[in-house]
Design a protein around this ligand. Structure first.
Ligand code: PGA
Length: 259
């Protein structure tokens, strides 16, 4: 059984004080949830303070991006070792906002993924089609490209410590989530791509999250799907209550219906 994982992507929000307030209230709301991995991804400037506020908590830390070099003349970048140093276990890579607004390519995503693994940071690789691509039946081709290019060169030993987040671009921040069936269909495709490259056994170990307008009232139905192993949550993670409700919904689904 894969351990479910939910990640709160805070995006470009929160000063240090705001981040501490948010994570302290989240901490108290999810204190009893032991069987779901809960992760928050603040901006770089708040990572250190949030790491301290999370000491001994059942919440882990992610960064929203990383660069692939260890050090050197790369003004403005942050290395995987620096993220480990500040207390991150996870890093989100290739979010559609980075691909769309910052021109991030599959090749760059792949370099970041490999660099993360080198430093034992778990990459959360985001893949997903645009609305135009879905409407012209290109979803499968786009997803396969994103997955194959993103994990190129990742070994069978490393792939179980890799998270893939299926995030249809048309569902991000729109209030229009993929239906559970739509999500399951793409998640099954991703797992079959992994099975072809590695093996069925390895593919069953990889966690595949759904992201895109996940809310407390739709989380359980999405999580019930056999290949949906968690959620990458944007807007609903910006308030402790709604993110905690999603964590609780995931916990309840796993402890009752999804075995
Ligand atoms: P959303 O964002 O939950 O606001 O749709 C998801 C994401 O961007 O990861």
């Amino acid at each position: 059984m894969r351990t479910p994982i939910i990640v709160g992507n805070w995006k470009l929000n929160n000063t240090i004080n705001e981040a501490i307030t948010l994570v302290k209230s989240l901490r108290s709301l999810v204190v009893d949830i032991a069987d779901v991995e809960i992760v928050v991804a603040p901006v770089f400037t708040a990572l250190s303070a949030v790491a301290q506020a999370l000491a001994d908590a059942n919440i882990q830390l992610a960064a929203q991006d990383v660069f692939w070099e260890d050090s050197g003349a790369f003004t403005g970048e942050i290395s995987p070792g620096m993220l480990k140093d500040v207390g991150c276990n996870y890093v989100i890579i290739g979010h559609s906002e980075r691909r769309q607004y910052f021109g991030e390519t599959d090749e760059e995503v792949n370099r970041k993924v490999k660099a993360a693994h080198t430093h034992e940071l778990i990459p959360i690789i985001c893949v997903g089609e645009s609305l135009a691509e879905r409407e012209t039946d290109k979803t499968d081709a786009v997803i396969k490209d994103h997955v194959l290019n993103g994990i190129a060169g990742v070994s069978a030993d490393q792939i179980p410590s890799t998270v893939i987040a299926y995030e249809p671009v048309w569902a991000i921040g729109t209030g229009r989530n993929a239906t559970p069936d739509q999500a399951q269909e793409v998640h099954a495709l991703i797992r079959s791509v992994l099975s072809d490259i590695y093996s069925a056994d390895v593919a069953t170990q990889v966690r595949i999250q759904y992201g895109g307008s996940v809310k407390p009232d739709n989380a359980a139905a999405l999580i019930m799907q056999p290949d949906v192993d968690g959620a990458l949550v944007g807007t609903a993670s910006w308030e402790a209550e709604s993110f905690a409700q999603i964590a609780t919904a995931v916990h309840n689904t796993y402890s009752t219906d999804k075995t």
